[in-house]
Design a protein around this ligand. Structure first.
Ligand code: HEM
Ligand SMILES: Cc1cc2nc3c(=O)[nH]c(=O)nc-3n(C[C@H](O)[C@H](O)[C@H](O)COP(=O)(O)O)c2cc1C
Length: 494
C-alpha cells in the first residue's frame, strides 16, 4: 500500500513520529531517544519529509542497518506531500561572501590558519559540531596547552643532512608518525565527506582510522582506498552485539588492519556550544520551561549505539571474533594501560576524545608521560603499542609525543577544518605542513630519524603542574571560540 502525505502528517510528535526519507516512510517513535544526534532534530521533521536534513550526513544504508524492518512503513506518494517553502537565510548570503573572499590555500602556513578560516566560513551547525567539547571545554584547551609545558633539550653536532620521518604503526610502514583519527559526520563539513581524508591519507602514506559514525558508508571509504593503503576501524560498541560482530567482521574481511574500540564514551558528552547553535526558540517558556532539553543528555545515555555496559569482561569476546589487532581508544590512566596489557590487547590510544567527553580529563600527552616510565619499569613497553591524540597542532607536538615513546599520534579537528575549507587539497597541505615542521625541528633538536627520538630530549618537569605562566599562545587564542551565555531576547514572547 502506498501511503499519502496526510497519512504521515498525522504522526507528528514524540508519541507517534513518522518521517519520510527518499520517498519512504519510517516510524522512528521508539528510535527517538536513541538517535545519536538527539531527538529534537528528528522531531522537527515529525510527520514530514526529512530527506534534506538526513541525506547530507547519513550514509545511504543507515536506516537498513539500524532501524528494525518492521518500522520501514513503505513508499509514500510524494505528489501528496505538502512542500515546505524555504525562507531566505541572510546569514547564508554573508557566509557565501566570506567563502568568496577566503585566503589562498598557499597563504595557510600552519594548522591554526585552517581553523580560523573554518570558523569564518563553515556552516554554523557544522562548526558547532566539530569545534565543540564537553562542559567548560577546559580539557579541549588543556589538550593543546599541555604541549606547551614540555620544552626541548636539543643535542648538537649530529649529522642531520637527511631526515627520515618514516615509522611503523601496527606493522604498517608509514611516511610520518601521525594518522588521521576517527571523526564522525564528515559530510557536515564537506559534501564529499571522509573519502577526501582517505585520498589525502593515501597521497601522504599515512593511515586513516574509519569512524563507525562516518557520513560516507564504510564500503565507500574502503572502496576509496588505493594500492596497498592501510585503514583502521574505530568502533562504537552497539548494544546489539550481532550488529557489532557484523561491523567488525566486515571490516576485517574488507582489509582493515586495526580495531580501535572507543572506551571513553559510555555516554556522549554534553557539548554546549553545539547545543546552543542548534537551539530553536519554540516560543513560550511557560509550557516547556520545566523540561530540560535532554537531546544531548540523559537520552543519549541509553542510546543503543554506544553500549554503556561495555566492560573489561567483553574483551575476550572481541578477541574471539577478530584477528585484527585490538586497540583501546580513550585510555586515561596508567593503571588501565597495565590492565590492557593483561587483557591481551595490542595497543591503547591515550586520549580524551578531543575534550568532547569528560571535562577535566587530563591530556593524552600527560598520560603518555605518566605511562611510559611505568611500562619500561615493568619491561612492558615492547608488549603494547601506545598511541596518543588530542590537541596536536604542530610538528613539535608530534616530536614531543614520539620522544616520550608514542608509536603514533592521532590528529582529528585540523583535518576536518582543512577538508571543510579547501577540500582534499587542504587536508594534503596540512599533512605537508606537519611533515615540513617536523623535518625542520628534527634537525634543530639533532635527530635524523624517528628511532633517534628519546625522553632525554625533553624537559617535562612542568607537564604535571596544571598552572603555569607560559607565554600566551596567540594563534590558538584567536581561533578559540569562547563559550557564550544566552543573549537577551529582543521581543519576549509570553
Ligand atoms: C529520521 C530523520 C533523521 C534526521 C532528520 C537526522 C538528523 C541528524 C542530524 C542533523 C545530525 C547531526 C547531529 C549533530 O550535529 O550533532 C544527526 C546525527 C546522527 N544521526 Fe541522524 N537523523 C535522522 C535519523 C537517523 C537515523 C535513522 C540514524 C540511524 C541510526 C541516525 C544516526 C545518526 C548518527 C550516528 C549521528 C551522529 C551523532 C554524533 O556523532 O553526535 N540518524 N542526525
Ligand atoms: C567532530 C569530531 C568527531 C569525533 N568523532 C569521534 C568518533 O565518532 N569516535 C571516536 O572514537 N572519536 C571521535 N572523535 C575524537 C577523535 O577521534 C580524537 O580523539 C580527537 O579528535 C583528537 O583531538 P583533536 O581533534 O584535538 O586532534 C571525534 C572528534 C571530533 C572533533
Amino acid at each position: 500500500m502506498v501511503l499519502t502525505g496526510s497519512d504521515v502528517a498525522k504522526h507528528n510528535d514524540e508519541k507517534s513520529c513518522w518521517v519520510i526519507i527518499h520517498g519512504k516512510a519510517y516510524d522512528v517513535t521508539e528510535f527517538l531517544p536513541e538517535h545519536p544526534g538527539g531527538e529534537e532534530i528528528i522531531l522537527k521533521y515529525a510527520g514530514k519529509d526529512a530527506t534534506e536534513e538526513f541525506d547530507p550526513i547519513h550514509p545511504r544504508d543507515t536506516l537498513d542497518k539500524y532501524l528494525d524492518k518492521s518500522l520501514h512503513l513503505g513508499p509514500v506518494d510524494m505528489s501528496t506531500v505538502a512542500q515546505e517553502t524555504k525562507r531566505e537565510d541572510p546569514e547564508e548570503a554573508e557566509r557565501q561572501k566570506r567563502i568568496a573572499e577566503m585566503p589562498l590555500l598557499s597563504e595557510c602556513f600552519n594548522l591554526h590558519d585552517f581553523e580560523a578560516i573554518a570558523r569564518r566560513t563553515m556552516k554554523k551547525a557544522a562548526w558547532g559540531y566539530y569545534s565543540s567539547a564537553a562542559d567548560d571545554e577546559i580539557t579541549l584547551r588543556e589538550n593543546h596547552s599541555a604541549y606547551h609545558r614540555i620544552w626541548f633539550r636539543p643535542q648538537i653536532l649530529v649529522d642531520v643532512t637527511n631526515i627520515d620521518l618514516s615509522t611503523t604503526m601496527l606493522g604498517t610502514k608509514v611516511d610520518a608518525p601521525f594518522y588521521v583519527t576517527a571523526t564522525a559526520l564528515g559530510k557536515l563539513g564537506h559534501p564529499e565527506g571522509e573519502v577526501l581524508l582517505t585520498r589525502a591519507a593515501h597521497n601522504h602514506n599515512v593511515i586513516q582510522m574509519i569512524p563507525t559514525l562516518a557520513s560516507c558508508s564504510f564500503d565507500e571509504l574502503v572502496d576509496a582506498r588505493q594500492g596497498d593503503q592501510v585503514q583502521w576501524l574505530q568502533l562504537y560498541v552497539n548494544k546489539d552485539r550481532d550488529i557489532t560482530k557484523r561491523i567488525v567482521q566486515t571490516a576485517e574481511r574488507r582489509g582493515c588492519k586495526g580495531l580501535f574500540i572507543t572506551v571513553d564514551a559510555p555516554q556522549l558528552g554534553r557539548r554546549e556550544k553545539d547545543m546552543r547553535l542548534k537551539f530553536t526558540d519554540s516560543g513560550s517558556n511557560v509550557q516547556k520551561g520545566h523540561k530540560t532539553d535532554n537531546s544531548q543528555g540523559a537520552a543519549r545515555a541509553i542510546s543503543s549505539f554506544i553500549d554503556p555496559s561495555l566492560s573489561w569482561a567483553d574483551i575476550p569476546w572481541f578477541r574471539s571474533i577478530t584477528k585484527m589487532p585490538i586497540i583501546l581508544k580513550g585510555v586515561q590512566r596508567v593503571e588501565d594501560v597495565l590492565r590492557a596489557v593483561e587483557a591481551g590487547v595490542q595497543g591503547v590510544v591515550l586520549s580524551n576524545h578531543g575534550g568532547r567527553q569528560l571535562d577535566f580529563a587530563r591530556s593524552g600527552i600527560e598520560i603518555l608521560a605518566e605511562t611510559m616510565p611505568v611500562l619500561r619499569q615493568h619491561g612492558l613497553d615492547k608488549k603494547i603499542d601506545v598511541f596518543v591524540d588530542g590537541g596536536v597542532r604542530r610538528g613539535t607536538d608530534i616530536i614531543k609525543a614520539m620522544c616520550l615513546g608514542a608509536k603514533g599520534v592521532g590528529i582529528g579537528r585540523p583535518f576536518l577544518y582543512a577538508m571543510s575549507t579547501y577540500g582534499q587539497a587542504g587536508v594534503e597541505r596540512v599533512m605537508q605542513l606537519l611533515k615540513d615542521e617536523m623535518e625542520m625541528n628534527m634537525r634543530l633538536i639533532g635527530c635524523a630519524k624517528i628511532a633517534d627520538l628519546h625522553p632525554g630530549l625533553l624537559d617535562t618537569r612542568g607537564l604535571f603542574v596544571h598552572s603555569n605562566s607560559t607565554p600566551v599562545d596567540s594563534l590558538s587564542q584567536i581561533t578559540y571560540d569562547p563559550l557564550v551565555v544566552p543573549g537577551q531576547r529582543i521581543k519576549a514572547k509570553l
